[in-house]
Design a protein around this ligand. Structure first.
Ligand code: ATP
Length: 928
């Protein structure tokens, strides 16, 4: 995949260059002032759009429909910025003073460390940026175009001039369009004009001099369709669009920053200042009261500063986050806003749509009910083969007049098309362009032997009222070539029953018995089927447009259709995982309450799920609503407005809410939720832009995986902190203790720098790659306001800091007692600290369980590499003469090595015992 991406990148670059150097469109006609047919003619297109071959050749000639990328900071600037950091300033100043004091070697070592630090930071940043880029490329916008008269969904960057683009609510306009047809089209053009109130669009030309905001015959690239439907011909693509001209560049570079990282950045800066203060005070103390000479005291203070400042911390935290984001992307959860990575770990309720997220969204018609008969329909998926049976006996659908009427209506009041992929005919898959439910109706038509394209040509559509979740039906007006006109309506049964006065039977239309029909609909719903009703109404031959008043009454009901859309297998497992992780799952659906309850039960949301409908919610005041959200698992027949109210009610209970959405009207609820989750496949662009996270596979299970990764990232951040701070603290206390007592320093400043660089890079970094701890999804979610450094971690930091200092001093004194030279004693201390760090790393890896398990001892690949590299570095530090000269170290004896290892084991035993004790006490407390 990476190779493919690279290739695409290269292509893009080539084309972008060409586009941006193309003439700025001086000779471009004023499309907004020209009649639509003329625009089509000028663009050598027609009402059926371009042919596939023509589109391909235009794409090859003009390049993909993309804006040039925002310029990035060059590598040199990025490298230079690595030095812009308080700690680096402190180190550089120390190097300078050391040089002035004649410590050439020390200042050289400090400089090398500074440059090394910058190189590592630079590489890490590059890695993080590449991770984000790859993730961004996963959210490819799509566009619907007409090619040779057929609807096709294509990648937005494949749209070319002359293409006819179909727009509907929630779409992002993929290129500049001259509108050919518009039905209540409203577009939010804020990105271009700054005006956030949507603009009504029509097809009539406007004055040539009209400013951009008044060109109502145009739809501009990058703007959002907030309502209605339209089609338009592409007049400009890529850099030639208005958006390209104002060079509002897309894909701005996002920094790897989240509230936690910022908090740590601030924390690191504060520590730096405090440490500088303490160092200055200790310097005065050392010179005045402990009669250190100035030079020695200064070097000790440099050591203190270097020891105490957690210089590697922000970088390691950033990497931890980048690793988390990448892991989530591998599991189909694409993070659009980084802070969501942290919030995900504390999610306590997931509100999920049903269709397509919890279910497969592979609809198949299973039942058709007319006034006099119920039919079962065979077959699976979208393959157009399956028999109609009635009470188990096969029937010829063509002989069943009311059934044929219903199915004809179902394919006419329908925007979907099905087609076969161009694979081997044997295993060719059938695909739907459009809504899967409508696709299933086209398949139903084919099963009944109808030639759907021919029928649609013979009885063309003159006008329509598009489906909207708010009114729950769709209507179309048709005229046949004999001048007969009629209206077809399909929608939620209770809606159509209210609008119908008669039902079709074999012997003509009869008055409707709503109770019987409603019981029939409930019967289908109780089997978990999604039910649609169909109706017709005659229209005047001259009627050319359709309004709500036309369909309010007088409909003749043709019958009901029941679809199955089975729950996703993995969603059932994910729901169970949520339950053990203390996360509630709430299903929100536009579907009927009875269908929703049945599916909820199949998913295991609850044994007997409490269902509430949108109408019931409307009748609740805020206090009742607060009570209702506590026990309701399924919300049915809801609209997006209900979702917004629901999120607010759940948040008012102190819960952290993840909410899914796909429609244009879901955007407010997605924005309001703590983690808004949009659907990558069926979601509108509007919902994706409002969301924090996009699911590449629309799958509920991916949300749960992301939550698990979110918990892991948070745990790892805590581990990084819990490991780094005491290792720094231990060294700082060692120096401070020595100064306070007037002892020789057990470790020199450059040695401390060495320890910090080697260990932070090779050891601390491994924590970023830690997998989830066992049982991470059997704990309740973390409270959102829980501090990162809790009392428990603070205690652990203090304890380990003290243990480090005790071991360091102990080894130092023991070496001195044996009369070893100071260089060798210091070498022993440095090795002790590094070995303690290694053993402590194994302890920190398991916050919630014991580290003394086989899995714990064996570690991960990252840990083993890190430890291996550290051991090699320490051997060089101790035994290679060049290192001995640079760091003033000496080879040490095997006995010392063994004792140091023993110290490591002792440390591990002490802190594991402490962990065990702490857990036992906590358990006793909760048990009591
Ligand atoms: P979810 O919210 O779980 O995705 P949903 O897809 O059932 O559920 P909506 O799309 O809001 O939610 O649909 C609500 C109801 O509107 C459906 O149950 C159906 O009765 C009706 N409906 C859905 N799509 C269409 C359509 N294309 N034409 C006519 N009626 C429709």
């Amino acid at each position: 995949m990476s190779q493919g991406d690279e290739k695409r990148d290269n292509n893009d670059r080539g084309n972008t260059d060409r586009l941006s150097t193309a003439p700025g469109g001086a000779a471009t006609p004023n499309w907004h002032a020209i009649e639509a047919p003329e625009c089509l003619a000028q663009l050598a297109s027609g009402s059926d759009g371009l042919s596939a071959a023509e589109a391909a050749s235009r794409l090859a000639a003009d390049g993909p429909n993309r804006l040039p990328e925002a310029p990035r900071r060059g590598p040199l600037v990025r490298f230079a910025l690595q030095f812009h950091n308080l700690l680096i300033y402190v180190l550089l100043a120390s190097a300078l003073v050391s040089l002035l004091l004649g410590h050439l070697l020390d200042s050289l070592v400090i400089l090398i460390v500074v440059v090394l630090n910058a190189i590592i930071g630079f590489l890490q940043e590059g890695k993080a940026e590449r991770a984000l880029d790859a993730i961004r490329a996963m959210i490819d916008p799509k566009a619907t175009v007409l090619r040779e008269g057929a609807r096709r969904t294509v990648a937005a960057d494949e749209v070319v001039c002359g293409d006819i683009v179909l727009l509907e609510a929630g779409d992002r306009v993929p290129a500049d369009l001259r509108l050919l047809r518009s039905r209540n089209l409203r577009i939010d053009e804020a990105i271009l004009t700054g005006e956030s109130v949507p603009v009504e669009k029509t097809t009539a030309p406007v004055a040539e001099v009209a400013p951009l905001a008044e060109r109502t015959a145009m739809a501009y690239s990058g703007t959002l369709v907030t309502g209605g439907q339209a089609s338009g011909v592409v007049v400009a693509a890529g850099a030639a669009t208005e958006l390209g001209r104002i060079s509002r560049l897309l894909g701005t570079v996002e920094e790897m920053k989240t509230p936690l990282i910022e908090q740590m950045d601030r924390f690191a800066r504060q520590i730096t200042l405090v440490v500088l203060g303490i160092s200055a005070a200790a310097f005065v103390f050392a010179v005045l009261l402990r009669s250190y000479d100035m030079e020695e005291a200064f070097m000790a203070m440099v050591g203190l500063a270097v020891a105490a400042i957690p210089e590697g911390l922000p970088a390691v935290m950033t990497i931890t986050l980048a690793v988390g984001v990448q892991r989530m992307a591998e599991r189909n959860a694409i993070i659009r806003r980084l802070p969501a990575v942290e919030t995900l770990g504390s999610v306590s309720v997931i509100c999920s749509d049903k269709t397509g997220t919890l279910t497969r969204n592979e609809m198949t018609v299973q039942a058709v009910v007319t006034a006099e008969a119920s039919y079962e329909v065979g077959g699976a998926g979208y393959i157009p083969a399956g028999a109609f049976t009635r009470a188990g006996i096969e029937v010829d659908p063509a002989q069943q007049a009311p059934l044929v009427d219903l199915i004809r209506a179902a394919v006419l009041c329908n925007d979907a098309e099905t087609r076969q992929t161009e694979m081997q005919p044997a295993d060719a898959a059938w695909l739907v362009d459009g809504d899967p439910m409508e696709g299933a109706l086209v398949v139903l038509g084919a099963k009944a032997g109808l030639d759907v394209p021919a029928l649609r040509k013979a009885i063309p559509r003159t006008d329509e009222i598009p489906f909207d979740a708010a009114h729950r039906f769709m209507a179309t007006l048709h005229h046949d070539h004999e001048g007969n006109a009629f209206i077809v309506v399909k929608g939620a049964p209770e809606r159509l029953l209210a609008m119908a006065h008669a039902a079709r039977t074999r012997d003509g239309d009869r008055p409707i018995d709503r109770e019987i029909w409603s019981a029939r609909a409930d019967d289908l719903a109780a089997q978990g089927q999604r039910v649609l009703a169909f109706a017709v109404k005659p229209a005047g031959a001259g009627q050319q447009s359709l309004t709500f008043a036309d369909v309010e009454d007088g409909l003749v009901l043709l019958g009901l259709v029941g679809f199955i859309d089975p729950p996703r297998g993995e969603a059932v497992a994910a729901v169970a995982e949520c339950q053990s992780a203390g996360i509630r799952v709430v299903m929100i659906t536009g579907d009927h309450a009875i269908t929703a309850r049945e599916i909820g039960q199949q998913l295991g949301l609850a044994r007997a799920p409490v269902v509430r409908t949108g109408d019931e919610i409307d009748r609740l005041d805020d206090a009742d609503m607060a009570r209702a959200v506590r026990d309701t698992t399924v919300f049915a027949r809801t609209t997006p407005e209900h979702k917004l109210r629901l999120v607010s009610a759940l948040q008012a209970q102190g819960l952290t809410v993840a909410m899914t959405g796909d429609g244009v009207n879901d955007a407010p609820a997605l924005k309001r939720a703590d983690v808004g989750v949009a659907m990558g496949c069926k979601g509108t662009e509007a919902s994706k832009q409002a969301a924090e996270m996009v699911l590449a596979d629309d799958n509920f299970a991916s949300i749960v995986t992301a939550v698990k990764e979110g918990r892991t990232v948070y745990d790892n951040l805590r581990k990084v902190i819990g490991w780094t701070l005491p290792t720094n603290g231990g060294q700082a206390i060692t120096i401070l203790g020595a100064v306070a007592m007037g002892w020789t320093l057990p470790i020199t400043p450059v040695q401390i720098l060495w320890v910090n660089m080697v260990s932070a890079v090779a050891l601390g970094m491994t924590l970023a790659f830690e997998p989830a701890e066992p049982g991470s999804m059997s704990r309740p979610p973390r409270r959102r306001d829980e501090p990162l450094i809790s009392g428990e971690i603070a205690w652990q930091i203090l304890l380990v800091t003290m243990l480090f200092a005790i071991f360091a001093f102990g080894m130092f004194f023991w070496a001195e007692q044996r009369g070893l030279p100071i260089e060798e004693a210091r070498t022993i201390v440095v090795n002790t600290i590094v070995v303690l760090e290694i053993f402590y790393l194994f302890n920190v890896r398991y916050v919630h369980g014991s580290s003394l398990t086989w899995q714990g001892v064996l570690g991960t690949r990252a840990v083993l590499i890190g430890v291996g590299a550290t051991v090699i570095a320490q051997l060089a530090f101790t035994y290679v003469p060049a290192f001995n000269a640079a760091f003033e170290t000496r080879p040490m004896s095997l006995l010392d090595g063994a004792v140091i290892l023993g110290a490591g084991v002792l440390l591990l035993i002490v802190i594991e015992a402490e962990k065990l004790l702490r857990r036992a006490v906590a358990n006793a407390r909760t048990g009591g």
